[in-house]
Design a protein. Structure first.
Lengths: 563, 492
């Protein structure tokens, strides 16, 4: 048992190292999904508080299992495992499958490691490993589109990393420790908070920073997109949970800001998502909207420090549900594209309903858990109404998604390696939430008649709206389309302009040097500087001049003598 | 001191060896390098256990040639001898069958002995002597190719460094007249010296820093460095990683810490201008690097930027930042030498000099490019590579010293580093190959002769280890901490 924790860390990294021997690469590819099993086992059976310390690693590394990390570890490891098995089959015809799984392995190592990390430096290390390695997943198709998505993704990663590094340096200097338990208990320094919000916000799609996600999800092959949208997005949330000063002091202005960002994101994601034509990009917008709900919860948590443990449980529950459901949907996209069939329909429909919060699904539990936050929020009576509206919105978005991906062909034959993992994940989506310790209250609340009714109504309303909307668009021949990444387009144009401008400025500077010399040359030509010394010499050589000079010197000397 | 002789003697012998005595020369070189490594290992052990090593030779009346091993000098000696070992190996492979190898290796050894002497120098004058020796012995290396471009670069190099040397000498002479013998002492020699007019001291500080700043390529004085990259790859590697540029940075650390002393510098308010110059250099170098297409030239501007981290760390006047500076002295050396080795490999094996020609090179030379990738990521400061640890200490020290603006500089420089390194990686790994590669030179299975491949792999492994095992005993960062504890009496 005690070996489980080190094994969970070392196994993926060890396989990465072995990849340098080209002969064993196919074998490693086959082993890749299973490398996440130790982590999964650790999340289930290892006692809370298990830890290892490696003092010589980095500046003293510290890994362990804590109550915040366990749900994240569970959902992450499960997703990596199932999506990996699925991917083996999905990518079977891909000549570069080994390369894909190399980056898959690296990203997985980072993702699992950062959940286990208990000191800030190891967290940063694994976070960076995950973010950078995922670049390899995004650009895997090699198309122009994928490369563009990769470039945007990588730029945002680098910006995020820089923010995080600065934030952590400031935190460490202020706290004089690297351990995260004490560190998060701190600092409400606005600079640190801003840096943390940006650094992790890029990962979880906080509203104005969300634009790298949709193109990236759209480009990544489905197994990669499943882990990106299910597991990695939660890494950003975990970062917030670990570093932000929860449960210490109320931070009303920050809280209000986050709540507003969350509120806007919840609807913005739906609205822009509806115009998407690529199902994976649409799912990305759905993630942005769901993460908006979580951001809202985080904002409430910052407002009421004494209720933080409750808020944390609810947020974790919601994140768990979101991760598993979203992962299943991504896998479903692949299934529908591969051949379709009745099972594929089921795998698309069911998690879509769950995400929308239909009665008896995990979504209903998660939503009613969120609803229980309403006494905590300022003037919280708007919260149930808002959640209802968001449910309608999500349903609308999911209806559009199902419409986009719906497999027409029912006879298609799905390979075992693909439908089995997807089905297991589908079962996990519901069972896990119902069985999760700490979810019982919410589960009971979601079974009350009122909750069932409102959930049912929201879904019905959403579907009706969708049908109506589709009908209207058909009739009016309206075709809305916002390129994935929405505000990215103006940003790119602005940056392009700036680059040209800076380039021009720099060019001017580099020309400055030669101009500088040119001025000197000009001057010397004007005044014939280069012959001046010679002239001076000639002047001095004339006897008369020399005599006067001599006289002056003599007088000067004489003057000094007298004094 | 034996260490000094261990590269000086072979250097002199090599001059007299005929061109065709290839085996003897290689054997002699490698034996000397290995011998030196052993000696340095012994020295590290000794200094760790606080033994004193000192040699004193009378040079002029009242002026001694003083060599002494303290923790700081050991750090630099260790760096230069380890990298010398690999660079020698690399140079043997690189210059195979090229003319004037005796001349090259002779000066090469001289250059390293000068570096070691400079590291071990116990007073300013000894430092100056080796400093000038370094200038003169690298000149033939820079112009080794003998082309017009090389000669021109050599002229610029000499012009810059000799001017710097003159300034430095004036500073030394002035200080010597004012305060007497100039032995490096812990906490600064001015602490116990007779009081001197602060204005004079400020001028002397300016002179000395300008003198060493030429080699450290601080911004208005950096013009020679991008020119000097016409030198053969092993020379550029050594020039950028240890010998010349680092000698300047090392000089700055020495002057700030052991001549003037932290308190004195703080009292005279001399640190802030130095920090500003260093910060400006960091940003300026990065921005210039962005617009270079020549691979070595881009790396050269990157050096301009990275070496100033050391000056910045020394100027922050906080022990933690000093750890960062010392650690970066080693870390930057390891990473930059890797990058130059790789650039040399590309040039030698495939004839690639420009970044735009690098498309698809990752497939042809995966090992070289893997080393390059790690080195570049380290420069950006991605954990767990060495560059991350230096940035960590620098940033931490800056915050502790209350100089929060340094963080902005560090962050900006990280972004710029990413902006000029990542496109290289992108082109090398992901762009399809444009034209067929030239025929393979060697018949071996490897992508390039092992002598060219092993050194970058070894140095990048060390850079990785230096970051990953930063807290292990005898890692550069840990040794830097020892320096801070011993020299600045700082409890950590």
């Amino acid at each position: 048992m005690s070996l489980l924790l080190p094994l969970a860390l070392i196994l993926p990294l060890g396989l990465v190292l072995m990849w340098s021997v080209s002969a064993v690469r196919p074998l490693i590819t086959l082993l890749t999904p299973w490398a996440s099993l130790p982590a999964l086992a650790a999340s289930l059976w290892l006692p809370m508080g298990a830890e290892i310390e490696i003092p010589w690693l980095l500046l003293g590394a510290h890994f362990g299992l804590d109550s915040t990390g366990v749900p994240f570890l569970f959902s992450t490891a499960l997703l990596w495992w199932l999506a990996g098995i699925y991917g083996l089959r999905y990518q079977a015809g891909d000549p570069h499958r080994d390369r894909f799984f190399f980056f898959y392995l690296l990203t997985m190592a980072g993702n699992l490691g950062l959940i286990l990390a208990q000191d800030m430096l190891s967290f940063l290390l694994f976070f960076a490993l995950m973010s950078l390695a995922a670049y390899g997943l995004v650009i895997h198709p090699g198309s122009q589109k994928a490369r563009r998505a990769g470039r945007i993704y990588l730029s945002m990663v680098i910006i995020g990393e820089t923010c995080l590094l600065s934030a952590v340096i400031l935190l460490a200097a202020e706290m004089n420790t690297l351990s995260m338990h004490q560190a998060s208990a701190v600092s409400s320094d606005p600079v640190i908070l801003t840096l943390l919000l940006i650094g992790f916000g890029i990962k979880l799609g906080l509203l104005p920073l969300h634009f790298s996600l949709p193109p990236a999800y759209g480009a990544t092959p489905t197994p990669g997109a499943a882990v990106l949208g299910g597991a990695m997005i939660n890494a950003g949330l975990l970062g917030w949970l670990r570093f932000l000063p929860f449960g210490e002091m109320p931070l009303p202005s920050w809280s209000a800001g986050l709540m507003i960002a969350g509120l806007i994101a919840a609807f913005y994601g739906v609205l822009v998502g509806l115009t998407q034509r690529e199902p994976k990009a649409l799912l990305a917008y759905s993630s942005i909207s769901q993460m908006g709900l979580i951001t809202l919860g985080v904002g409430i948590g910052l407002m009421v420090p004494d209720q933080w443990p409750l808020v944390l449980t609810i947020l974790t529950l919601f994140a768990l549900h979101q991760a598993l459901a979203k992962g299943t949907l991504f896998l479903g996209v692949g299934l529908a594209r591969h051949s379709g069939g009745i099972l594929a329909r089921l795998i698309l429909l069911f998690p879509a309903l769950a995400l929308a919060g239909a009665p008896f699904t995990s979504g209903a539990v998660a939503k009613s858990a969120l609803k229980s936050l309403s006494p905590l929020a300022p003037e919280g009576d708007w919260l149930p109404g808002f959640l209802l509206a968001s449910s309608v919105g999500t349903t609308l978005l999911m209806a559009r998604f199902v419409y986009l991906t719906w497999p027409r062909n029912l006879k298609g034959h799905l390979p075992l390696g693909m439908w089995l993992p997807a089905t297991v994940l589908l079962l996990a989506v519901d069972l896990v939430i119902w069985l999760w310790p700490g979810a019982d209250q919410a589960a009971a609340a979601s079974l009350k008649l009122a909750a069932l009714k409102s959930g049912g109504w929201a879904v019905m309303l959403g579907i009706m709206l969708f049908v109506l909307g589709t009908f209207l668009c058909r009739q009016l021949r309206l075709g809305w389309f916002i390129p994935s990444g929405d505000i990215l387009i103006p940003i790119e144009q602005l940056l392009g302009f700036l680059t040209r401008w800076v380039h021009g400025a720099i060019y001017q500077i580099s020309q400055l040097q030669s101009q500088f010399f040119a001025i000197a040359q000009l001057l010397s030509q004007q005044w014939k500087l280069h012959i001046t010394p010679a002239r001076l010499e000639i002047t001095m050589q004339r006897w008369r001049n020399f005599g006067i000079l001599f006289l002056i010197i003599a007088l000067a000397l004489f003057g000094t003598l007298k004094i | 001191m034996l260490i000094l002789l261990s590269s000086l003697v072979p250097g002199i012998i090599i001059f007299f060896l005929p061109q065709y005595a290839h085996t003897t020369r290689t054997a002699l070189n490698m034996a000397a390098a290995t011998f030196k490594l052993l000696l340095v290992a012994f020295l590290i052990w000794g200094v760790f256990h606080e033994q004193n090593y000192e040699t004193q030779l009378p040079l002029l009346p009242e002026i001694d040639l003083l060599l002494r091993a303290d923790t700081l000098s050991v750090l630099f000696v260790a760096l230069s001898s380890v990298l010398w070992f690999f660079t020698t190996l690399y140079a043997v492979g690189y210059l195979e069958n090229s003319p004037h190898r005796s001349r090259f290796f002779g000066f090469f050894s001289l250059c390293v002995s000068a570096t070691v002497g400079l590291a071990l120098a116990g007073n300013l004058l000894t430092f100056f002597i080796f400093y000038e020796m370094l200038t003169l012995s690298t000149y033939p290396l820079v112009i080794h190719r003998g082309t017009r471009e090389a000669l021109r670069a050599g002229k610029i190099y000499l012009g810059y460094t000799l001017t710097g040397g003159v300034l430095f000498l004036i500073g030394i002479a002035w200080l010597r007249i004012l305060v007497g013998p100039l032995n490096f002492t812990q906490g600064g020699l001015l602490e116990h010296a007779p009081p001197v007019d602060p204005q004079t001291l400020t001028i002397i500080f300016g002179l000395l820093i300008a003198g060493v700043g030429v080699k450290a390529a601080l911004v208005p004085l950096h013009g020679w460095l991008p020119q000097a990259m016409v030198a053969p790859a092993p020379v550029s590697a050594l020039l950028h990683a240890v010998a010349v540029v680092k000698a300047g940075a090392f000089g700055i650390v020495r002057i700030v810490d052991n001549v003037f002393g932290i308190e004195f510098v703080a009292g005279l308010k001399l640190a802030a201008p130095l920090a500003w110059v260093a910060s400006f250099t960091i940003i300026y170098g990065s921005v210039r690097a962005l617009f270079q297409d020549d691979l070595k030239r881009r790396l050269a501007y990157s050096t301009v930027s990275q070496v100033s981290y050391i000056a910045l760390g020394a100027a922050i006047l906080n022990p933690v930042a000093t750890i960062g500076a010392m650690a970066h002295l080693v870390h930057q050396g390891l990473m930059k030498i890797t990058l130059f080795f790789c650039a040399g490999n590309l040039a030698e094996t495939l004839g690639i000099h420009r970044i735009s020609e690098m498309a698809g090179v990752g497939r042809r030379m995966p090992w070289t490019m893997a080393a390059f990738t790690l080195g570049a990521l380290g420069m950006i400061g991605v954990p767990p590579l060495a560059g991350f640890i230096s940035k960590w200490y620098l940033g931490n020290g800056a915050v502790l010293a209350g100089e929060d603006w340094v963080l902005v500089i560090l962050a900006l420089s990280s972004l710029l580093n990413a902006a000029y390194f990542l496109p290289i990686l992108y082109i090398a790994w992901l762009k399809p190959q444009k034209k067929p590669w030239p025929e393979k030179i060697s018949s071996s299975r490897l992508e390039t002769p092992w002598m060219l491949l092993l050194p970058p792999l070894a140095t990048v492994a060390m850079a990785l280890a230096a970051g990953l095992l930063a807290h292990a005993p005898f890692s550069p960062a840990e040794w830097a901490r020892l320096i801070a504890i011993r020299e600045y009496r700082y409890p950590l």
